[in-house]
Design a protein around this ligand. Structure first.
Ligand code: NOJ
Length: 454
């Protein structure tokens, strides 16, 4: 990416609503999650992120833990409503000061801040104007990006615009599982899809224009990944095909196809299947708008947890391989498929030709504090080793992987699952806010000290 030798970033990730707490403090405005989580029946046991890990008040302790861990990058999100309570206009200096303190504390410890501008913390005031369905959101988001770039110029050099646009659009506006909890149709979905793409592109421009000095920018999608059942070229091709193409007309499925957001951003066009299967629902995108959407990125961020095994079936078409009975799963039921790491990286770098940051990877377990006062999480250690081993294979295959961020630095508010799923390498005792590094924390520390992937 640079002429100077870039060092692999060993990182950990969190997001504002999931860890900060202080939901109604420090002049912060309401976000859609503040409201949604308080609606009955939305979240496991009607829990909410009002306090979460209370990182707002534990910021120095958390940074000290990161330093002990030895990470060289921390990926966190800024709560849009903490800095712009209504989404536009009035700036909340107290909120900016809090993030400024966090950034300074990180830099002092030699930890590079990787800022996500949007990890689902949409100011409620903007939702009242239609949220992501309102085309005006793109300018609002760009204004917010400009403010952040101005204030953090010279200190923050890496940005992700939007985290998992698939969840924002499909879970937020189609299935209604996530805030704002709406159920809309195809036309609205593709309007939202367009607004997200434009917001992303305008924010990329704003970050570059308003930062004094260079910044590197990308985004952090998720997506449904597929890996081949063997190294036979036809199986590899089947997995590649399934990753970037789908014939599904169900947004619940088609919405997760990797190409749906990445092809427009990198290639300036809709995937061919989107045009074919959803043509009647697509809003027009002008030439100028495509230019905004395709603003060049410095790296590709990828959240990656698992994938589906496929082989070449009849006519070479991808055919899913049935998972054997008792297939390994994490506590929240996600399959453990380390191979997805290698193949996702391979397919993404072949297609988009950018350095890749794995912006999230990790697993939930029902961890508890043992009688010896420690938190033993052997499954997470094994998970980490397996996935990092596959990441290393991707590097050996020739991919340019710039860094890895474990999800998550600490147990936190897992959206609709509340506090029932623990993804952290630091255990959080929610009633007291006490932090206990898990065994996996020390394992990751050793990996980082070794400085090598497996
Ligand atoms: C993706 C999301 O970005 C993050 O917020 C979430 O907690 C993890 N995956 C685990 O579900």
């Amino acid at each position: 990416m640079d002429d100077e030798k870039r060092k692999f970033v060993w990182g950990a990730a969190t997001a504002a609503y999931q860890v900060e707490g202080a939901a109604f403090e420090g002049g912060k405005g309401l976000t859609i999650w503040d409201v949604f989580a308080h609606e009955k029946g939305r979240i496991y046991m009607d829990q909410n992120g009002d306090t979460a890990c209370d990182s707002y008040h534990h910021v120095d302790e958390d940074v000290a833990l990161m330093a002990e861990l030895g990470i060289t990058g921390y990926r966190f999100s800024i709560d849009w409503a903490r800095v712009l309570p209504e989404g536009t206009g009035r700036v909340n200096e107290e909120g900016l000061a809090w993030y400024s303190h966090l950034v300074d504390a990180l830099l002092e410890k030699g930890i590079e801040p990787f800022v996500t501008l949007y990890h689902w913390e949409l100011p409620y005031a903007l939702q009242m104007k239609g949220g992501w369905l309102n085309p005006g959101i793109a300018d609002a988001f760009a204004g917010y990006a400009a403010l952040i770039a101005e204030r953090f110029s010279g200190r923050v050099k890496h940005y992700f615009t939007i985290n998992e646009p698939q969840c924002v659009s499909v879970l937020g506006y189609v299935t209604g599982e996530h805030a704002p909890g709406l159920r809309m149709g195809r036309r609205e979905f593709f309007q939202i899809h367009k607004n997200i793409l434009l917001a992303h592109g305008l924010a990329v421009r704003a970050l570059r224009e308003h930062s004094r000095g260079p910044v590197k920018v990308g985004f952090a999608p998720c997506g449904a990944f597929y890996y081949p059942s063997s190294e036979r070229p036809e199986d590899i091709e089947a997995a590649r095909r399934a990753t970037f193409h789908t014939d599904s007309t169900e947004l619940k499925e088609a919405g997760w196809n990797v190409a749906l957001f990445t092809d427009p951003i990198y290639f300036g066009r809709y995937p061919e299947e989107t045009l074919r299967l959803f043509g009647d629902a697509l809003p027009g995108i002008s030439r100028d708008e495509w230019e905004i959407i395709t603003e060049k990125l410095d790296f590709h961020g990828q959240n990656l947890y698992n994938g589906v095994e496929v082989r070449a079936g009849k006519d070479g078409r991808p055919e899913r391989v049935r998972r054997y009975d008792g297939f390994p799963r994490t506590a929240n039921g996600w399959p453990v498929t380390p191979e997805a790491m290698r193949w996702a990286i391979r397919f993404l770098s072949e297609r988009y030709r950018l350095p890749i940051y794995i912006t999230e990877n990790g697993m939930s377990a029902h961890d508890e504090v043992s009688l010896d006062g420690r938190v033993h999480d052997p499954n997470r250690i094994d998970f980490m080793d397996r996935y990092l081993g596959e990441l290393n294979k991707a590097v050996r295959d020739g991919a340019d992987v710039a860094g890895y961020f474990v999800w998550s630095l600490m147990d936190n508010f897992e959206w609709t699952l509340g506090y029932s799923e623990r993804f952290g390498i630091i255990y959080v005792d929610f009633p007291t806010g006490r932090r206990i590094p898990k065994d996996s924390f020390y394992h990751y520390q050793r990996i980082i000290r070794g400085g090598e992937t497996q």
